[in-house]
Design a protein around this ligand. Structure first.
Ligand code: TRP
Length: 449
């Protein structure tokens, strides 16, 4: 057990976990959801859901992980006193592992597109228009090449281990991400048309606030954005030093995640209105703002085009930003099955990373060859259905299965005064009762109502 990895410092953990949380979900998912769900109204609901639902589950994952010092399948077995609890726990852990592998398999495809768009900005600058065209056109070859390239980057970081790979690269990449996003916001805000975007972002449309659609989107977004349910945060929790106060660490991660999402909104929404000002279509025929892949791969690139020569450079910065965000997230996804394999077989980290990474590349290729049928299906199977259900399982384990005394003991390490804190008064009953009810009601709404 002495060979177990650990984050080298408090800040190292915060940056790595924030790196996991901050990803395409923040920079792409969040702004587009804001745009189509009533602007600031969505932001408010999202903030609320993050604090009342996502943060408590994040804490459950971090605490279970640090206590058990292992992956989710082994950890849930460890905290169950009964043999039924152990079997269900192991199954849930393996299910989480399968889900996160599937998430990575589609995430790597999308991240590959981001790399292709980075290169396209460069080929445009050099004047290789044919290459540019190929880089942005949807084709099996392009999708495969860039997905594999992105996966190789991910594997080469994870195989170096927790502090030398994940932590080191997160601390290198996350500051860059922040600098790039702030520079882009400043630049876009200085362009004509941006103020209409700020207005659309900041003025809430309360008529949309309580529709089930908005609530469900906000819940899905909160789960995805904080990387919950599949054991990512649990395994990161297992690498936190016992001296650290995990209540505060968890809160910092949630705050950074929300902060970057809100910043991304300040970039994307004004950018859409600048595009509108430049004659780009940003509304669908039904009068809704264009979202999803058409936003990122059609509207935003058209905006760059309308900017002339400078547009290529801005485009390069934007897609580098996207690639960085994706990479610090993908390493946290790959870490889940890799940690499981290391802890349950004789393979070392290096071999496990390449083996699992290759299996996931095969999964991605299957998605690429059957794109129409599988891509959207896998996304909704994993993020819409599995993540909330696994979140429910985690609440049940943290709230009902695991003995409260040992939770308290675990939290006391690094925070001796926890027993009299506000957190301890609220959180245990929260994960026990409130979170499961919210998840069940919402899940029922998405699936059956
Ligand atoms: N949270 C990341 C994002 O916003 C994606 C991510 C990383 C993730 N690890 C995860 C999503 C585990 C679900 C499960 O893009």
């Amino acid at each position: 057990m002495s060979a177990r990895g650990q984050f080298s410092s408090r800040l190292g953990f915060i940056i790595a976990a924030a790196g996991s949380a901050v990803g395409l979900g923040n920079i792409w998912g969040f702004p587009t959801q804001v745009a189509s769900n009533g602007g600031a109204a969505f932001v408010l609901v999202y903030l609320l859901l993050t604090f009342v639902l996502a943060y408590p589950i994040l804490m459950a994952e971090l605490t279970i992980g640090r206590y058990a010092q292992s992956n989710m399948a082994n950890a849930l077995q460890k905290i169950s006193p009964t043999s039924l609890g152990k079997i269900v726990g192991k199954t849930a852990g393996l299910w989480g592992l399968a889900v996160v592998s599937l998430i990575l398999s589609f995430y790597a495809i999308v991240a590959g597109w981001m790399i292709a768009h980075c290169l396209q900005a460069i080929t445009e600058i050099i004047g290789w228009h044919q290459a540019s065209q190929w880089l942005i056109e949807f084709s099996i070859t392009r999708n495969l090449i860039f997905c594999i390239l992105f996966s190789l980057l991910t594997i080469s970081i994870v195989c170096r281990g927790v502090s030398d790979g994940i932590e080191r690269w997160s601390t290198r990449l996350m500051p860059m991400l922040l600098i790039l996003i702030v520079s882009l916001i400043l630049y876009v805000s200085s362009l004509e048309g941006a103020s209409a975007g700020w207005e659309a972002y900041l003025v809430p449309d309360f008529s949309k606030i309580l529709t089930p659609d908005l609530l469900i989107s906000a819940m899905g977004q909160a789960f995805f954005s904080l990387s919950l349910g599949v054991g990512t945060m649990l395994i990161y929790g297992s690498y936190i030093n016992k001296k650290e106060n995990i209540v505060l660490l968890g809160a910092s991660v949630a705050l950074v995640d929300i902060g970057i999402a809100i910043l991304a909104g300040m970039l994307i929404i004004p950018a859409m209105y600048v595009a509108l000002h430049n004659g780009v279509t940003i509304f669908t025929d039904a009068g809704e703002l264009i979202d999803g892949d058409r936003l990122i791969f059609t509207v935003i690139p058209q905006l760059f085009q309308a900017m002339g020569v400078a547009g290529n450079y801005v485009s390069l910065v934007f897609f580098v930003l996207m690639t960085i965000a994706a990479l610090t997230s993908s390493i946290s996804m790959l870490e889940v099955p890799v940690a499981f394999t290391i802890e349950n077989s004789k393979l070392n980290r290096y071999k496990a990373s390449w083996l699992i990474g290759s299996i996931i590349m095969l999964l991605s290729s299957t998605l690429i060859f059957n794109f129409e049928h599988l891509f959207g299906f896998v996304i909704s199977l994993t993020t819409q259905y599995s993540q909330p259900l696994l979140g429910l399982v985690l609440c049940i384990y943290a709230g009902w299965v695991w003995r409260r005394n040992s939770i308290l003991e675990e939290l006391k390490q690094g925070c001796p005064e926890i027993e009299s804190s506000f957190f301890w008064k609220i959180w245990p009953n929260y994960v026990r009762i409130v979170c499961p009810i919210i998840i069940i009601v919402m899940f029922y709404q998405t699936t059956f109502a």
